[in-house]
Design a protein around this ligand. Structure first.
Ligand code: HDE
Length: 712
């Protein structure tokens, strides 16, 4: 077990020799020659042609021509941050991994969040799965936990991954639509893949449109193995639980944000870290003894299944904190290379066929993306421990290996580098017993595709269910091929008949009585199995952890609140509410008709940082309208200000107004609909602050949507 204490900034210190700063320096070429003129190319005379001899111009343009590398085939759009992981209690009973045993170590991490389907420049708010990839720079080498914000996956076997990705990406003939699953090829594929039913329920839920990366869960998805010092194995599922709770935005809001600020999640993560509001997650594990492998009603190796938390509780074993933004997006966020196969002693794989396929894919993809086999030498990818082996050469080799030998065994190099025994920390794969035939088949234990999809649906609140109906309706209404819409309804009906009926109504198709062959067709001689889905019922009716309605709602820390003000605002009304909200950890932004100081009633000045036109209610968690006769009259008459309020109400947000600001509310469409609505609060700021804070902590008042109090 390692004894050295890695300083929390060990990775940052390790990166220091690679950092460049132009401060107080001359401009040079890449060869270090000082540049005298960076504005004019070398010409044959004042008005003459440019000379080929101009090595400064050629070097500059050549480098520019090669600035782009291929974007990731999936997860192209992402944002990342540095941080550290701290362990609560030693996990030696289950794993010998050093960073999971020593509570004195702060392990440096680099975490990249991403969407899956869109290109590098696409919107953050697409309806999509989010990647949640964590690189732990441990003292025994790098461990990458390359997870998602949903605990299951679309497919059970890596063989189908290229098909899934081809189906969801923009259609090949016209490269449309960007970063969206609402099109024919995606639903054509999904309607033929009943194994995706569970994942599709997550994708159609609000989990697919998070409020923030900081408010998402993360999951390792596959079942992994822990191995302890005695070489005993147990199964483990990894979870990340955000300390801010799990929250989403409304679909209409997501679409709005996509147009107004496609960088919304990137900006949110960046700004939170810059302002010292460091995002945090707890690492959770579900541990299953090896002997219990077959004691579940699903197969532990099937990546379309969760282990419900009621059956195996999630034990929180440590905390992740993100506290530093990258210095350079390309060098770090773009060039970081994650690999599900980067593991350390104490952690091992299982035979999950999706995981097995991933073990091949991640190195292969870096070879094309980062241009060769030395991507591990890129600063962000280097471990904090030394690397010694006999691998040599290749494009862009950085390390200068000394000595004559690059082979093992050798005598000329004194036999170095040595192999490490297991007790010296050498990695040894878990000796799983295998005795079987080589076959190309799917296990029958993988054929129940619907029981957990139904469990997920049944576990949702009424409002969450309604959102799922709307999401399916939206997506399938964009599908032009009638047969695909119908076939999909057949799948949904297997999850929940009511859900299928509601979607069918919305898309003007009826649920087919019988859907003949759902599954990918198998030639008669390909396999003895039919792969027809098996209908099972989950022994659990509901699982609390699956609904975001049950997330923590006791804090407004880091929530953004807009104060709508104009000249003549009551400065005391602003100050009292601001003080109360900021004391509770929220971030207040003043929004006014124009930039430039707002002159308050008492003559003091307040500086707005946003206007009604350069900002929008969709960027805020709640709104407050302070008093002040002139300010109130201006806002009541300002269509943009009133729109701010109407839209916030529509997106079910908390709204507060000073008792004197009633007139502004009178101008909204919702003034007659707020009776009994706990999310709209009017009164003296000091008296209502507590209720307003309570309302913001609720996140949303989704019940407004039910009696259709909000326009479609
Ligand atoms: Fe990935 N996946 N994946 N994936 N994945 C990639 O690797 C792949 C899967 C995930 O921020 C690629 O470096 C296959 C599941 C994340 O850089 C590629 C299969 C889960 C990221 C690849 C899967 C993930 C990737 C593209 C099925 C959740 C972004 C660029 C067998 C547990 C990492 C790259 C980052 C990225 C292949 C399925 C998560 C092509 C073949 C399941 C978070 O190698």
């Amino acid at each position: 077990m390692p004894t050295r204490k890695t300083p929390v900034d060990a990775k940052s210190a390790e990166l220091q020799p690679d950092r460049e700063s132009p401060a107080d320096q001359f401009m040079t070429t890449n060869q270090g020659v000082k540049v005298n003129d960076d504005n004019n190319s070398l010409k044959a005379g004042e008005r003459g042609s440019t000379l080929l001899e101009d090595f400064i111009l050629r070097e500059k343009i050549t480098h520019f021509d090669h600035e782009r590398i291929p974007e990731r085939i999936v997860h192209a759009r992402g944002s990342a941050a540095h941080g550290f992981f701290e362990l609560y209690e030693p996990m030696g009973k289950f794993t010998k991994a050093g960073f999971l045993n020593n509570t004195n170590i702060k392990t440096p991490v680099f975490v990249r969040f991403s969407t899956v389907a869109g290109s590098r420049g696409s919107t953050d708010l697409a309806r999509d799965v989010r990647g949640f990839a964590v690189k732990f720079y441990t003292e025994e080498g790098n461990f990458d936990l390359v997870g998602n914000n949903m605990p299951v996956f679309f497919i059970q076997d890596a063989m189908k991954f290229p098909d899934l990705v081809h189906a969801v990406k923009p259609e090949p003939h016209n490269e449309m639509p960007q970063a969206a699953s609402a099109h024919d090829t995606f639903w054509d594929f999904i309607s033929l893949m009943p194994e995706s039913a569970h994942m599709i329920m997550w994708l159609m839920s609000d989990r697919a449109i998070p409020r923030s990366y900081r408010m998402m869960e993360g999951f390792g998805v596959h079942t992994f193995r822990f191995i302890n010092e005695k070489n005993e194995a147990s199964f483990v599922k990894f979870h990340w639980k955000p300390l801010l709770g799990v929250h989403s935005v409304a679909w209409d809001e997501a679409q709005n944000i996509s147009g107004k600020d496609p960088d919304y999640h990137r900006r949110d993560l960046w700004e939170a870290i810059e302002s010292g509001n460091f995002p945090q997650w707890e690492l959770g594990v579900q541990i299953v003894a090896e002997k219990d492998e077959h004691s579940f009603e699903f197969d532990l190796l099937d990546p379309t299944k969760i282990i419900p938390e009621e059956i195996v509780p999630v034990q929180r074993i440590g905390k992740l904190t993100l506290n530093r933004n990258p210095d350079n997006f390309f060098a770090e966020t773009e060039q970081v290379a994650f690999h599900v196969g980067h593991i350390v002693p104490g952690i091992d794989f299982t035979n999950d066929p999706l995981l097995q396929g991933r073990l091949f894919s991640y190195t292969d993809t870096q070879l094309i993306r980062l241009g060769g086999p030395n991507f591990h030498e890129i600063p962000i990818n280097r471990p904090v421990v030394p690397v010694h082996n006999n691998q040599r050469d290749g494009a862009m080799r950085q390390q200068i290996n000394t000595g004559r030998t690059s082979y093992h065994p050798n005598t000329l190099g004194g036999g170095c580098p040595f192999q490490a025994k297991m007790k010296e920390g050498g990695f040894t794969s878990y000796a799983e017993r295998i005795d079987s035939k080589k076959i190309r088949e799917r296990s029958e234990s993988f054929l129940d595709h619907f029981s957990q999809a139904t469990l997920f649906f049944n576990s949702q609140s009424d409002e969450e269910k309604e959102h799922i109906v709307k999401a399916f309706t939206f997506e399938l209404s964009k599908v032009e091929t009638l047969a695909v819409r119908e076939r999909m309804l057949g799948i949904i009906a297997k999850v929940d008949k009511g859900l299928a009926a509601a979607v069918a109504y919305g898309i003007g198709v009826s649920v087919p009585k019988k859907v003949a062959q759902y599954n990918f067709s198998v030639p008669a001689d390909a396999s003895p199995k039919s792969y027809e889905p098996v209908m099972k019922k989950s022994s659990l009716d509901r699982s609390e952890a699956l609904s975001m309605a049950n997330t923590r709602k006791d804090s407004i820390a880091t929530r953004k609140i807009a104060f709508l003000v104009a000249d003549g605002v009551n400065a005391a009304s602003v100050a009292a509410m601001k003080k109360a909200l900021e004391a509770a950890g929220a971030v207040v932004e003043i929004v006014a008709p124009r930039l430039g100081p707002v002159v308050a009633e008492d003559g003091t000045e307040i500086n707005p940082i946003k206007t009604f036109t350069n900002s929008s209610s969709v960027f805020y968690d709640a709104l407050y309208v302070p008093g002040g006769t002139n300010s109130v009259a201006t806002l009541a008459d300002d269509a943009d200000a009133v729109h701010f309020l109407n839209e916030a109400f529509k997106h079910c947000k908390a709204i507060a107004a000073d008792a004197d600001a009633d007139q502004v509310l009178e101008s909204t469409y919702f003034i007659n609909k707020i009776e009994g609505d706990d999310g709209v609060i009017v009164g003296e700021p000091k008296k209502i602050a507590k209720d307003f804070i309570g309302a913001i902590a609720q996140h949303r008042f989704w019940e407004r949507e039910r009696p259709r109090k909000v326009p479609a």
